[in-house]
Design a protein around this ligand. Structure first.
Ligand SMILES: [Zn+2]
Length: 67
């Protein structure tokens, strides 16, 4: 019973930026909060999945993710 749906790891559609799309952890401030979150070694799994996701997006749009 998740309180919210997690987008697929390869999905660019993050409906709820206040939560980590990978573990559902609440983030204090959307994008910057997410960066802090994945830079924490406690969240290495989220970081790995984010890197995979970003590579997939880069393949799709042929460029870097700009937020
Ligand atoms: Zn997370």
């Amino acid at each position: 019973m998740a309180e919210h749906d997690h987008p697929a790891p390869n999905s660019p559609g993050w409906d709820n930026p206040d939560f980590c799309p990978f573990c559902g952890h609440r983030l204090p401030d959307g994008g910057p909060g997410f960066v802090d979150h994945i830079q924490n070694d406690a969240n290495a799994t989220c970081r790995d999945r984010f890197e995979e996701w970003r590579e997939n997006v880069a393949d799709d749009i042929g460029g870097e993710w700009s937020g």
